[in-house]
Design a protein around this ligand. Sequence first.
Ligand SMILES: *Cc1c(COP(=O)(O)O)cnc(C)c1O
Length: 380
Amino acid sequence: MEFRDLKMQYQVLKTDIDAALLRVAASGQYIGGAELRALEEELAEYCGRRYCVSCANGTDALVLGLKALGIGEGDAVFVPDFTFFATAEAPCLCGAVPVFIDVEAESFNISAASLEREVRRVLREGKLRPACVIPVDLFGLPYDYEQIKAVAERYELKVIEDAAQGFGGRIGERRACSFGDLSTTSFFPAKPLGCYGDGGAVFTDDERVRDLLESLKVHGKGKEKYDNVRIGTNSRLDHIQAAVLRVKLRAFREYELAAVQDAAARYDRLLREAGLEKDLILPRVPEPFSSSYAQYTLRLRRSEVREALAEALKQRGIPTMVYYPKSMSRQTALLSYAGDSDCRTAQSLAEEVLSLPMHPYLKEEEQAQVVAALKDFFAD
Ligand SMILES: *Cc1c(COP(=O)(O)O)cnc(C)c1O
């Protein structure tokens, strides 16, 4: 059994992917190109944003987004303590300072109250300007952006949606990548929409921000290519990746997203029927939210059995992953930023979580096998 079966996906989409790859190879255009422009338009339309600017990966998307919003030295950027490293790394790369916010156990995410507490602490200390917050659409579930709106307005914080895992998720009719001042995503192969290498994108409704992003991602270019008006970087999405992504976006819209959501509903049902809620806390998706299930992540009621459980599943050919084993304030590289921050819930989540195999091509029998193995483990 595969944790995320990308080879199977290729087999299903092979005809179209092969044609797309060969089309780019024959076009002679490997940077920029027709597929890239078409992809950006399709992504903007799908997510409900005016502009999509593609770039080299999801980490660059965050860095470019922060820079385009003018965030840098002397600025505090608030990030959840429980996320992938890049969310906290990006502000550091801009010369800003990440401030870690503890998360709530149910949502794995920050609350308005915890954000406000940290903003007030930064203001009291008087060393940094509270500038930006980066909520994360963790495991495919969009963050509840409404709840921090008032706090963001009160303290004039920019809001960046880190939708690296959120692509395809919704709140009501609004899709991920449409929340906050700007949104970023990643096309790393294992993300909800992945390419065949690294890729990423920034979404915005602001034409001025779009222009800045276009400049920053190509060496701070001005009106012409060899007119450089600011320090930027080289962060382009390859033409060939854009061609792959267009094929995959079509499959994602037509059936992959629905298939993943069906698989999640099946896990929910099978786990409940097996009486496993006494041992495991299932992922919660409250109305009117909809998750794209980048991960199907359980919490163990007794975290001390996690290692043994993962091993027992592995023995039966079932791969699992721990996203994430270490919170940001505990990361060696970030210790100097962590100070005496006390993010207890993030730290316990890091000990409790376990993600099950999840992808659009997961079979019902495979899910039944996973649940049977869990049931046997907890019966012993
Ligand atoms: C994967 C990920 C990123 C970074 O994306 P890359 O394309 O790997 O650089 C950023 N934030 C979160 C939450 C992620 O999961």
